[in-house]
Design a protein around this ligand. Structure first.
Ligand code: HEC
Ligand code: HEC
Ligand code: HEC
Length: 232
């Protein structure tokens, strides 16, 4: 019963999400806009009842898959300032002094997806400088230049997983061995898993470019069938 109503709520949000967010925006312009799933609940409540701030800072999310996926948030609501992002404590003394993401992104190289920053280019341009040495001034990044090609059955180009563009930011232990066994071909990966927030989807769609950017991953043209085999 409870599960059924959660699913109904999730469906309602999916179907009517846009309409409801317009109503919420008009009724309470500066009210806390939790970008996650809190909107249907807010809209349904009368205004006075909508401030149990001390008791429950963030409404519990419905048990839908991967609700943190940016693609599920209307574009205008993405990258809200810290006071409204539902992550930072709005009562916290430091929260209002944090730089809003959109200010920080303003001068970054652009992309059309995710949070609209091309982070790979940003590292190349030195627009950002990951702090390997925060804890140890002598620490050096361990950038691994190793591409792994994963052949894809069917029409899609093959996937090239580039270690270099990942290890410029990430440690080996961010992926090995919990997400991927470090051995070519030892892992089964599918789009379904990625969309559900597993494998590459642990990051892509959450903190790295989203799944909509097919060609960034599916970047290798299939080897053309050899002339010899057609002649046969
Ligand atoms: C963002 C995730 C990620 C990070 C970070 C990462 N790897 Fe990997 N690694 C992979 C994936 C994906 C594969 C391919 C697995 C497969 O094909 O099943 C792989 C494969 C490997 C392999 C097997 C290569 C082969 O030919 O069999 C080695 C060795 C490896 N990684 C070492 C490292 C080291 C060392 C680091 C840190 C410098 C590192 N990896 C960081 C994702 C990662
Ligand atoms: C973050 C990287 C990434 C992105 C983005 C991505 N894919 Fe994939 N895709 C993969 C990986 C990894 C596999 C598994 C390849 C293998 O079999 O090892 C895969 C497999 C597939 C397959 C084979 C069947 C299956 O479900 O596994 C299809 C079809 C596919 N992708 C289509 C797409 C389409 C269409 C898009 C864009 C909407 C897309 N992919 C975006 C990484 C990605
Ligand atoms: C631990 C987090 C993590 C995992 C797991 C992960 N990635 Fe990434 N990936 C990143 C980050 C961070 C970047 C750089 C930021 C960005 O491009 O959004 C990146 C960048 C990339 C790029 C570079 C795109 C470009 O513009 O050049 C490709 C390709 C890619 N990832 C494919 C994959 C594939 C395929 C998998 C799964 C086999 C995977 N990633 C798994 C975090 C991850």
């Amino acid at each position: 019963m409870k599960r059924a109503s959660l699913i109904a709520l999730a469906l309602l949000f999916l179907v009517a999400g846009v309409g409801i967010s317009v109503v919420v925006d008009a009724a309470q312009p500066a009210a806390s806009k939790n970008p996650e799933a809190a909107k249907p609940a807010e809209a349904a409540k009368p205004a006075e009842a909508a401030k149990p701030a001390e008791a429950a800072p963030a409404a519990p999310k419905p048990a839908a898959a991967n609700t943190f996926n940016r693609l599920m948030i209307p574009r205008a609501d993405r990258n809200p300032p810290p006071l409204k992002d539902g992550i930072h404590d709005p009562e916290g003394p430091g929260t209002s002094s944090l730089q809003p993401p959109l200010d920080a992104f303003a001068t970054m190289p652009k992309s059309n997806a995710g949070n609209n920053v091309n982070w790979v280019q940003a590292i190349k341009d030195k627009a950002i400088n990951p702090r390997y040495d925060r804890l140890n001034p002598k620490e050096e990044p361990m950038v691994l230049d190793l591409d792994i090609v994963r052949e894809v059955k069917g029409f899609m180009p093959d996937v090239v997983y580039p270690h270099d563009r990942h290890t410029e930011w990430l440690d080996c232990s961010n992926c090995h061995p919990d997400i991927f066994i470090p051995e070519k071909g030892k892992n089964t990966i599918s789009m379904a898993q990625i969309l559900m927030g597993q494998k590459c989807g642990v990051c892509h769609g959450k903190v790295a470019f989203p799944v909509s950017e097919c060609r960034l991953c599916h970047s290798k043209k299939k080897d053309q069938p050899k002339a010899a085999s057609t002649a046969k």
